[in-house]
Structures are given as C-alpha cells and as structure tokens.
Design a protein around this ligand. Structure first.
Ligand SMILES: *Cc1c(COP(=O)(O)O)cnc(C)c1O
Length: 358
C-alpha cells in the first residue's frame, strides 16, 4: 500500500523539541506525525497517510465511544550502539494485534502493513529520539471502530493509527524493586478478553490500581476470577517466580493472561542460560509460604515499557511479605541486562529479534 505523505504545516521548532525530549518521562510527549489507515467493509484497508499528529474528528455516535471496540499495541524503537535505530520483534506485535482484533470482532491488518506503518513514522520522526541514557521512542499502534451507529454489532468502519512518544528510562541504573498490592477485583475471566490487548481491560484495572496507589503500592497483582487463588499478572506486566533450586515459573497463558512478548523473550533467554523454566499455576498462599521459607528467592514483572522490574514487597488483605532481601535479585538483574543488551546491540542477537531500520 502506498502512503500519502501530508506536509506538516508547522512542525515543532528544533529548540522546543530538544527541550521536550530532554527528560520526556513516559507517554507525555508526542512527535510531529502519525500514520493513519482507514477500513471500510467491502473495500478493506485504504487511504494510508503519514501526516501531522493532530486531533481526529469523531461523530458522537462513533461506536468506539459506546461499546469500546478498541485494541492497541506497544513497542519501542531503540538506538543501537552504532547509532542505527532498531525495532524489537515487531512481527510479534503485528501478530498479537491481529489476535486482539479477532477477539474484538475487528478486521485484521496485514502484518507487513503494520510493520511498514511503524517503520514509516519512526523514520519520519527520528529527530525526536531522546538523547537520555536508556531513552527510546515508544510506539503506540491502535485501532478503533468509527462507524456512526448505536446498534450493538461489530462496526463496518475502523481507523488504524500509529503515534510515537519519546520515552526516558523507566528506571535509572539500580532499578528499584516495586511493591505490589493483591487486588480483590479481577481483570479477566475465562472466556473474556484477558488475552486481547484492548482498552477495556485497562478501564477495568483503574479502580484496583488506584486502590494500590492509595495504599502506597506501585502495581496491582490480579488473581484468577474463578477461585481468587491463582496469580495471573499485573495490570500491564507478566510475572515470573524464581526458586532457590534454579527453577523459574510463570503463570500459563489460558485466555486470561496477556501473552507478553517480553515474557516470551525472557523464557527463551532463561532456558538458554540453563534454567528450568515452566509455565505453571502458582497460588497466592504458596507465594507467601515460599517467600517466608526462603524457597522463593526472586519475583519480577516484565513488559515493554519497564522491561524487567523486581517485586520486593507484596501486600494484600492477609498482610504483607517481603521477597528475598526486598531488592532486585541476581537473576532479575542478569536477565534484564541481557535483554536490554540485545535491544541496544551490546549483546549478540542470536534469535533474529532485532530489526534494523536502515
Ligand atoms: C502489554 C501487556 C503486557 C506486556 O506485554 P509485552 O509484549 O511484554 O509488552 C502484559 N500484560 C498486559 C495486560 C499487557 O497489556
């Protein structure tokens, strides 16, 4: 598909941009451009544009505003040590985007069109790459239903958009261990949309996350909806548990857990390092017992935004417990460094995960 390039009438001046990307934080600064592609039933995907990042007019009856037919992805463009920009496993994001689309009764987007859209905007706004140590361009592709219709059925019109947000290092060197709160609320039920990356899942996680913040914690742990017993994941990150005998487990995907690309990469790297890695259900009571007996030595969360983050403290209705020394453990740090190294080009990419952009 050919992209029509629409000239930006007034891109952000260089000095203003430099200021904006000096310490961008996360998700607050946006670049000059966006990619937009329309879908109409019968016609398919058409009218691809690379133009100014600007507000999009919506009819008040646009179905996304009423029935939340919306999905998204999150990936990053990194800078390798030689200055080349690169994406990390973008094919996996393209594939997962279509899996989400299917679950939300939305049209699939050809995987090469997803990747081409990402490449186009990253190249166009390469000047927005933040110079800060550990900085990246966070890429947010998303799709929503855009038909003016209040009946309840899948829409016949959609928009696919890609925007870019310069991001700083989530945690500077010596990443802290986070404190997590075990919520009584659940995020995903069997047969629901837990495995799809859709806005609705996040809407449901905001009250429990607010509760965690109010109690002084950083994140929420969600348990399974049926028994409220089995650990599933955080609101936006997958979990791993490391034992003193060198075993490592993560909850199995089963429709209620988001299949993280970081999760998958970490399993591969850990196995390569000789660890015994299993996808295994793990209960909240066992977690507490194992942490207290010292059998469990580390717990970490992982996802694109923060990569790998140690969990130091766990709190819930039944009290609190600490994992290991309460700080980042050995394996957490090793795996984090290895993954970040591959993403930055300082560790050899033996899996073909890095896609260079020039
Ligand atoms: C995106 C996401 C993750 C992490 O996935 P990555 O591909 O590793 O970034 C984990 N859990 C939820 C609920 C998510 O939305």
């Amino acid at each position: 598909m050919k992209f029509e390039h629409i000239q930006h009438p007034a891109p952000v001046p260089g000095a203003t941009r430099a200021q904006a990307i000096a310490d961008p934080g996360f998700g607050k600064v946006f670049t000059d451009h966006m990619v937009m592609i329309d879908y109409d039933e019968g016609e398919g995907w058409h009218s691809a544009t690379l133009g100014p990042c600007e507000p999009i007019p919506l009819h008040p009856a646009a179905s996304v505003l009423h029935y939340a037919q919306e999905i998204f992805e999150g990936l990053k463009a990194y800078k390798l040590t030689d200055g080349t920009m690169a994406l990390f496993r973008p094919e996996a994001n393209a594939k997962r985007f279509n899996a989400s689309a299917k679950r939300l009764a939305m049209p699939e987007l050809p995987e090469d069109l997803f990747i081409e859209s990402v490449k186009q905007i990253v190249k166009k706004d390469a000047d927005w790459f933040p110079g800060v140590e550990g900085g990246s361009l966070y890429i947010r592709p998303f799709m929503f239903a855009n038909e003016h219709f209040l009946g309840v059925r899948p829409a016949t019109k959609y928009k696919f958009i890609v925007i870019l947000s310069p991001a700083g290092n989530y945690f500077k060197s010596g990443a802290p261990a986070v404190s997590v709160w075990i919520s009584e609320y659940t995020r995903a039920a069997p047969g629901g949309t837990g495995a799809a990356k859709c806005g609705g899942n996040y809407a449901a996680s905001l009250v429990p996350t607010g509760e965690a913040f109010a109690k002084g914690h950083d994140q929420t742990v969600f348990l399974d909806a049926a028994e409220r017993k089995w650990i599933e994941e955080l609101g936006g990150m997958n979990l791993f548990f490391v034992f003193d005998d060198g075993r490592m487990i993560t909850p199995p995907l089963g429709g209620t857990i988001l299949p993280g690309i970081t999760r998958d990469s970490i399993m591969t790297l850990a196995r390569e390092q000789g660890l015994d890695v299993a996808e295994e259900m793990y209960s909240i009571d066992q977690w507490r017992d194992d942490a207290q007996s010292g059998k469990l030595v580390e717990t970490f969360a992982c996802g694109t935004a923060a990569v790998v983050t140690a969990v130091g403290k766990v709190a819930g209705r039944d009290g609190e417990f600490t994992i290991g020394s309460g700080g980042p453990g050995q394996l957490t740090s090793t795996l984090r460094e290895k993954l970040v190294g591959i993403q930055r080009g300082t560790v050899e990419d033996t899996h073909g995960w890095v896609m260079k952009l020039d």
